[in-house]
Design a binder for this molecule. Structure first.
Ligand SMILES: Cc1ncc(COP(=O)(O)O)c(C=O)c1O
Length: 382
């Protein structure tokens, strides 16, 4: 028998057999509101500066890049002090190809066979995959019904499993819920021998008064805060994520990273983008405003909506969420079928995109399927 026809070929790890690669559908539709991107492309001025930097670096591509990306780390430190008022040294920063890669490296360094990673559902759907890929046992606790954090439940779960890594998105994906400082401080205190990773992929969108976990770094040596340039920075295509933590944590991650993992092109793009931070982030306020408008509009339609500190909103609850998702898609609007049963997640786009979304949802909910779609789960279970 040729290897291709043999059920045991290729020699995949048993736990990977039959699994599909992760990823939201990449469909070519007019209004794409499914992966929480920033809808505003970089301006011609930023594009020109990035192009110049890339052209310069192209002349040296015969050489490997700076393995420690010192210039980029300094630029990230400058940015963080301006954004959150927290001063971190370059040796407290680490970057990789998206915060996805940063977190995989964290699991490679601090997880592994015989160790456990914990998060609290609903949570970011990639976490179990990092754990699986780093051969780490995965345990998912739960959040409260209103998506708030249940500290007593967390305490029990940590006591029971003694994880080496806890993954906490704040604001949470898919609910948009941010964590208060007290919760983060409590978890760091409960797990002195493990690392508590607060994933702040959406931090720049937080409402005023919502703190960043960066403020707690000086108090907790086991706290790791991850961030990304994919969301507020409008740089998803460049693949740049980073973490801030104690220097020992960065040193541990350096052990597992591939040599020269951050290309010279990526470093150049990210460094120039950080120089233009004010401009790249200039639409964040507009997106926050559009988010708050969207929450109010959805609530005005009698839907359940989770409070959001991010650039997306979780709404529902639908007896058949797939039919609503399909109805929106039929109107040219792509949202994400994710989160607890009955809920959908929509990213915040431009005012025009949000108008298209509102129109599509109105048409879907009042269309031919109206009878089944507008009956929410809440009503059904009442
Ligand atoms: C909570 C959360 N963390 C991390 C990421 C990964 O982002 P990236 O790898 O683009 O930095 C995402 C992406 O959607 C996310 O939602």
């Amino acid at each position: 028998m040729s290897p291709g026809r043999d059920a045991a070929w290729p020699p995949l790890r048993d736990e990977l057999r039959g699994l599909a690669p992760y990823g939201a559908p990449q469909l070519d539709v007019p209004v794409q509101l499914n992966v929480n991107e920033n809808p505003y492309a970089p301006s011609p001025r930023v594009v020109a500066d990035i192009a110049t930097a890339v052209a310069e670096v192209t002349g040296t591509l015969n050489r490997y890049p700076d393995r420690e990306f010192i210039e980029l780390r300094k630029a990230l430190a400058d940015y963080l002090v301006r954004e959150s008022g927290v001063s971190v040294a370059p040796e407290q920063l680490w970057a990789a190809n998206g915060s996805n890669e940063v977190m995989l490296q964290l699991l490679q360094a601090f997880g592994g066979p015989g160790r456990t990673a914990v998060s609290f559902a609903p949570t970011y759907s990639m976490y179990p995959e990092y754990a699986r890929d780093a051969m780490t046992t995965w345990v998912a606790g739960r959040r409260r019904e209103d998506f708030g954090f249940d500290v007593d439940h967390a305490r029990e779960l940590l006591d029971q499993h003694r994880p080496s890594v806890v993954l906490l998105p704040s604001p949470n994906n898919p609910t948009g819920t941010a964590l208060p400082h007290e919760v983060i401080g409590t978890l760091c205190g409960l797990l002195p021998d493990g690392v508590v990773v607060v994933d702040e992929a959406y931090a720049e969108f937080r409402r005023s008064g919502t703190p960043s976990a960066l403020e707690l770094l000086a108090e907790h040596r086991n706290l790791v805060v991850t961030r990304t340039m994919s969301k507020a920075f409008a740089l998803a295509g460049a693949r740049v994520g980073y973490l801030a933590a104690a220097p020992e944590v960065c040193d541990a991650v350096r052990v597992v990273r591939l040599p020269y993992h951050l290309s010279a092109v990526t470093q150049a793009v990210a460094t120039v983008a950080l120089r233009h931070a004010d401009e790249l982030l200039s639409r964040v306020d507009d997106l926050r405003h559009e988010r708050d408008r969207l929450v109010a509009w959805l609530r005005g339609r009698g839907l359940d909506v989770a409070d959001s500190d991010a650039n997306f909103v979780l709404f529902g609850r639908f007896a058949d969420r797939h039919a609503v998702w399909q109805g929106l898609l039929d109107c040219g609007v792509l949202v994400r079928e994710t989160g607890p049963d009955g809920w959908l997640r929509v990213s915040v786009g431009t005012p025009e995109e949000m108008a298209a979304f509102r129109d599509a949802l109105t048409r879907t909910l009042t269309g031919t399927l109206a009878g089944t779609l507008t009956r929410t789960l809440t009503e059904e279970t009442r």
